[in-house]
Design a protein around this ligand. Sequence first.
Ligand code: AMP
Ligand code: ZN
Length: 116
Amino acid sequence: MSDCIFCKIIEGKIPCKKVYEDGDMLAFHDINPQAPVHFMIVPKKHVDSLARAGEPDAPVLGRMLAVAARLAREQGSPDGFRTIVNTGRIGRQDVYHLHIHILGGPDPLPRMIARE
Ligand code: AMP
Ligand code: ZN
């Protein structure tokens, strides 16, 4: 999608700090990290959000989750991590290209979500 920032990152038109890439997905560091380790995994195919994903997207979504643990370990989260998929208006999604946030670090994260 031409006006999608993550598509532009995938196409190499906008730089990123790459964590991992294969034919289906790209992982890169969040520009505004919320934890000592904070990167996201995005499918190369543009899908607006998890609310718009369909069963044909399941194999790639499954692979994105399957590589998360290894990438988190490699990035400095040795013993677990948190996945977040903000979805749609209710989920406060900002970038409408499906992405899985991976958050972690050497120490346990704060518990879940703070209220504003
Ligand atoms: P959300 O859609 O709410 O799950 O969040 C989108 C995330 O994308 C935010 O955490 C932003 O910091 C991050 N972000 C926005 N632009 C960039 C970029 N150019 N490179 C890396 N991360 C970005
Ligand atoms: Zn996109």
